[in-house]
Design a protein around this ligand. Sequence first.
Ligand code: PBG
Length: 326
Amino acid sequence: MAFPETRLRRLRYNKILRSMVTETHLRVDDLVYPLFVCPGEKVKNPINSMPGNYQMSIDVLVEECKRAVSKGVKSILLFGIPEHKDEHGHVACQHDGIVQRAMRAIKEDIKDIQLIADVCNCEYTTHGHCGTIIDNDVDNDSTLKTLAAQAVSLAEAGADIIAPSDMMDGRVAVIREALDKNGFFKIPIMSYAAKYASGFYGPFREAADSAPQFGDRSTYQMNPANSDEAMREVEEDIFEGADIVMVKPALSYLDVIYRVKNEFKMPTAAYNVSGEFSMVKAAGANDWIDETRVMMEVLTSIKRAGADIIITYHALEAADILNNHK
Ligand code: PBG
């Protein structure tokens, strides 16, 4: 049938009906809230390029986690800013490392929460790269050892999910083996499987003090021009034992999210990264866009593309909107 019998506007005239035929439903349970923990007490350093986000000492962080949980956002992704850095990122594997202490403190105070540990070396190395440097480049196989040690140490500290974000080849297998050997066979791995060398990480590197001191990350993170390669990355991570696969960033890669979900039917996460967040905030602050509306449109589009899980700095603001619409 065609026009005039078919009129697609018929389903749009009435608000109740529009709601009834809505295809994509964003839920508070889909959201993961990333937070940055730093040394000290009562520290709440604003991150200039990410309005509303802070580097927080553990005491402040615990309160922020309580606020998140009170809004129904129960999954937190933690990044650490350590006291000291070293060549290989060994500080990231210590029992009393900043993220390890933070996780213990959160778990002591809050019951109904899920802690996701980002596993990577870039916040912990003096040179800001994601692994050990040999001949001016990140050495894949020696980095695997520090990543596995970091993963086990974070699991011991209470991590509920391990999320390697380094993009070394073979890291999921090595981390899985190390976790299992240490009795953590129940802990899932959420791998940053298709992670691109992206300009959208700019604000995060200020937040986590993790900018590379020389070169860039294009020998390990993916070329933004490629999506067949993303499928190979994801396939490999699943083969090695990933339980959840991630595409990162999200907005410029909605096609990749779509392909990954369709091809592998795996629980799929997407990281709505710092630069995507900051652009919405900047345009909103200038009244160039309706910030709340754009935020919900962005998050809904990521879900529509196929993401089950969305990591976003908008998590609490989005939860407020979703909770009010119930
Ligand atoms: C660590 C890591 C990065 C992000 C998450 N984990 C930075 C990077 O790869 O340079 C970026 C997150 C964001 O921009 O919000 N490797």
